[in-house]
Design a protein around this ligand. Structure first.
Ligand code: AMP
Length: 251
């Protein structure tokens, strides 16, 4: 069984985000970019499934500009067998990405697709659900435990829900999205970074996959969150209670 893993190039989680002066988006020029942390978890899980002898191949997939190849190479250095890069510029919204995934699934025929639960740049948390919807496949989102049964061709997924954990059993092929506690992703070692350079990467354009990139979603404006006001030091519990009651009106 082949596992397809989504790896998205995003602004590194440690970078302080700057909004562009014209409020059209956030600044990405000269900013450190990395693999979306939830995608690292997705790839780690796929690699563990393969290492347990339950999958034959792990294919890392990215959609984005030329530079997304770097994210793919990181995935190959972590251990993916090969990569697919759909080169597309401009804003890539979840529905377009999901349609590209569907087109690739028709070519690659994976038994399992693993994505991050969300991309930390747009926080959409939609793509995995849309991929499953478009394919008509079962989905286990926000996974914190994945147990695959090769014989029965099913996968048990513990999902992180508000009240605790929900366990679902999915028939393969299926879509899983990863939550933070699923695993601790490995680092790429230097020899594997070298080896990754010779792993195959197939390129497509959205046109080759017959996917129109036009979106019915438009970003109207991006603004910084309001600045936090400075705090005040209170001299007693009575003063604190008075302020909570009469100024903040929270008690
Ligand atoms: P989102 O719905 O945008 O929050 O993204 C959820 C997940 O879908 C991400 O964690 C990725 O695994 C996957 N994904 C979204 N956009 C892309 C992309 N351009 N390339 C590869 N994977 C993506």
């Amino acid at each position: 069984m082949k596992i397809m893993v989504a790896v998205k190039r995003v602004i590194d989680y440690a970078v302080k985000i700057r909004v562009k002066a014209d409020k059209s988006g956030v600044e990405t020029q000269n900013v450190k970019m990395s693999m979306n942390p939830f995608c690292e978890i997705a790839l780690e899980e796929a690699l563990r499934i393969k290492e347990a002898g339950l999958a034959s191949e792990v294919v890392a997939v990215t959609m984005g500009p030329k530079q997304s190849i770097d994210t793919l190479r990181t995935g190959l250095a972590m251990g993916a067998d090969r990569g697919i890069h759909v080169e597309a510029t401009g804003d890539l919204f979840p529905l377009a990405v999901a349609k590209l995934f569907k087109a690739l699934v028709e070519i690659e025929k994976p038994g399992l697709i693993i994505l991050g639960k969300q991309a930390i740049d747009n926080d959409c948390n939609q793509t995995g659900q849309m991929v499953a919807g478009l394919l008509g496949w079962p989905q286990g989102t926000f996974a914190s435990k994945v147990v695959l049964d090769k014989e029965k061709q099913e996968v048990m997924v513990d999902r992180e829900v508000d009240g605790g954990l929900e366990t679902v059993c999915l028939n393969l092929p299926a879509v899983i999205t990863t939550d933070l506690r699923l695993n601790q992703p490995r680092y790429a070692t230097l020899p594997n970074i070298m080896k990754a350079k010779s792993k195959p990467v197939k390129k497509y354009t959205p046109e080759e996959l017959n996917v129109a990139m036009k979106s019915d979603l438009e970003v109207v404006e991006v603004t910084e969150p309001p600045k936090r006001k400075a705090g005040v030091l209170v001299s007693s519990v009575d003063e604190l209670i008075d302020k909570l009651k009469n100024e903040a009106h929270v008690i």
